[in-house]
Design a protein around this ligand. Sequence first.
Ligand SMILES: [Zn+2]
Length: 385
Amino acid sequence: MLKTDKAQQFILDTERVRWSAGIDKTGPVVVLFVGIHGNEAAGIAAVDRIAQTLNREPGKLRGSVYAITGNLGALVQGVRYIDADLNRIWEMYNTRKDFSRMNGAKQPAEFSESLGIKKAIEQILARHEKSASDFIFADLHTTSSQSCAFLLLNDTLANRAIARKFPLPQILGIEENIQGTLLSYVNNLGYRALGFEAGAHYDDLSVKRSEAFLWLLLHYTGILELNGQEINEFEKMIQAQAGVPDTYYEILHHKLVDDPEKFEMMSGFENFDQIEKDTPLAYEEGRLIKAPISGRIFMPLYQKKGHDGFLIIREVSEFWLELSSYFRNSFVHTLLKYLPGVTVASRQSFEVDLRIARFLVKDIFHLLGYRVTEKDEYMLICYKR
Ligand SMILES: [Zn+2]
């Protein structure tokens, strides 16, 4: 079904755009993504609950809210995805890779889903670009393991500023380990984007936490005003369990899985559980996989779809983070090319030869706000964010 705003000839696909409200062209614009994975419906239920409340009081909003539905086909079937993970393919819009021919000659179902989402984003941007005070995007997910709620963000100062308002563990630099996410795509368009993970897929709490997160997001972006009691109540609802500080975390290790059918995570791991080096974690093709380092287990894979077996994360010190925000706008960038093993690749990037570069080179680039990815065994590419 199509809904037309006559004054603007603004046509929204109402199957893709599940909810829109406010539509005050001058205020902030919040764009929500729900159901990007078809087995994660908590965000959809939360959006419906908020929509029901707010549709009764349309005058309450000082800005606009849109909720875009992700994988329509996979949601019908209740599966994560049909042919390709819809949250791993967004790099195709920044590269020349011909995604339409992935999986042999067959075009994955998720290709047209991504086009539908992209179109909705472009329509919303076009409508508000000239007048909106601000755009904020949030992508709502759940996990296959038991988990408290947490935020995922690409490590830019703008993302950190909005994320910091929530009393939640915040995982930085996800874009270095997991490529092609919708969040990275939105960040590359130049907008702030947060990933909210509410808890386990089928846990009722995941719906309640998603709803609390959305109310707080609308409040913190200035679209509506909650009173002190409401803020307390919603913050309490999303707060992490004892033992998981609501600070920043960085990703230290990422276990990639070729064939999820041959990967078996040992039972009983919850997100953020502390683990020691050499703790047995999983079996892959009959081989025992142990933790290569100590830290906290993150997003252990308890479903047969997806290629991220588990990650290991660790808290980042406040000192390091403050230092890094101080340096990001400084002249130090011009000196990087003098480090051993570092060459200028473009105006925005450097290459680092690990055979020459000394200890800490990667940390220095992180500190200065670069995204560090591996080009091959010996080379890193560092992009300025
Ligand atoms: Zn997800």
